[in-house]
Unconditional design. Structure first.
Lengths: 206, 206
DNA sequence: GGACTTGTGATACACTTTGTATCTATGTGA
DNA sequence: TCACATAGATACAAAGTGTATCACAAGTCC
């Protein structure tokens, strides 16, 4: 592909048009059903123009979603340790960003193919955790919905396992399983021996 | 598509052939590069045979990976609350299963398109968490690698956010952010008021 | 403003892939 | 062995892909 000058206003206009058209189409018909021609038509551009800018749909999608990563990364920078105390934790930044860019995040998170299986596994782990908690007959601090706790746990567990395999299993499976269980049970404060900072148990009102 | 008798040995043979051929090809060239013809050829079948069994690649992929979910779900059933004490936690089952079916899990977890962006976000959150922990100057219990803790936290946080959006935001973002932080810090034991059971801090030797 | 450069649009083409139809052959179970 | 369900071979229309060429329009620079 010949190099285009990304500062040229025509290039910027065209690319933005393609990105926006793509997002509209994904929301309307879903990723897989879209052809290059569809994107070009929706963006009121020639099909060949698409190929001048992107190799395929995948590349355009990445271009669309990269802004999310960059924005999030930039904002998270500012969430320094001290400011966590004031409520500026990276988690909060994440949630705020999702609210702002909800459309793009929906596309990002919308399960494509493989994802559905992971999703079902996570759901299963969550349901299992939920059952265990309900059987214990205890009530959570601050009336936190058990469902949330269950998905927190399941996400951490599946996610860590994915990381582990991705890293080519740098530790024994058995060791990982024990750590995973330990971390979900005791949390960071205990693990890191932090006693000075603890947020209040969250409630939906305060 | 006309219904096929899944008990017919010819059908079973054909489907297994297609599944196995597909897995081989994915590992060799990656999902996207594979055409239906490729799969049929690799499975030594006619292309039309593919269409008799699956609507498209996606459906075949799902068929390939469903066994993972079903196996995992079946095994997790057996991990009752009492047996967690003996080490039969759902997490352990997950890790063992991954070790057994490593090839399939690799395919399942291999990032397709959208996933890479989520992956980068998760990585960023992990790095942020890592930096915070390092700045604190504390050592974790039992010498747990900080990297693992970081990815545990990041996975839980991203995962819970995905769930939240998926459920159409049943709680305010602010509330979710506070819960997410609370859970990662304090863990299940404290949240659920469980004091009677705590596994020992994991070490790589024991 | 005028000349030059660069990006876009229109058209065309070869090629691949898809999804279906039709007919024949072969394996399966009663 | 016979009826039937499934697989293979071949063909075809339709859609999509990726590239080439040329004319035109929009930006840039003096």
């Amino acid at each position: 592909m010949m190099q285009l000058n990304l500062d040229d206003p025509r290039v910027k206009r065209t690319r933005r048009g393609l990105r926006e058209a793509f997002v509209r189409l994904i929301l309307k018909t879903g990723y897989d059903a879209i052809s290059i021609q569809d994107i070009a038509t929706e963006a009121q551009a020639a099909r060949i123009t698409f190929y001048r800018h992107y190799r395929d749909k995948e590349e355009l999608l990445t271009d669309c979603l990269n802004v999310l990563y960059e924005e999030l990364a930039a904002r998270t920078e500012k969430a320094s340790p001290q400011r966590i105390l004031e409520g500026y934790s990276p988690v909060r930044v994440l949630y705020e960003h999702i609210e702002e860019e909800e459309t793009l995040y929906r596309i990002l998170f919308s399960s494509r193919g493989t994802q559905t299986v992971i999703e079902r596994m996570r759901h299963h782990l969550a349901v299992t955790a939920l059952a265990t908690m309900e059987q214990s007959g205890r009530k959570p601090q601050g009336e936190i919905p058990l469902e949330i706790i269950a998905y927190h746990v399941a996400s951490a567990q599946i996610g860590l396992a994915i990381w582990w395999l991705d890293q080519n299993k740098p530790y024994p499976a058995d060791y990982m399983a024990r750590i995973s269980l330990w971390l979900t049970l005791t949390g960071l404060s205990e693990t890191m021996g932090v006693t000075d900072f603890k947020p209040p148990p969250p409630s939906i009102t305060s």
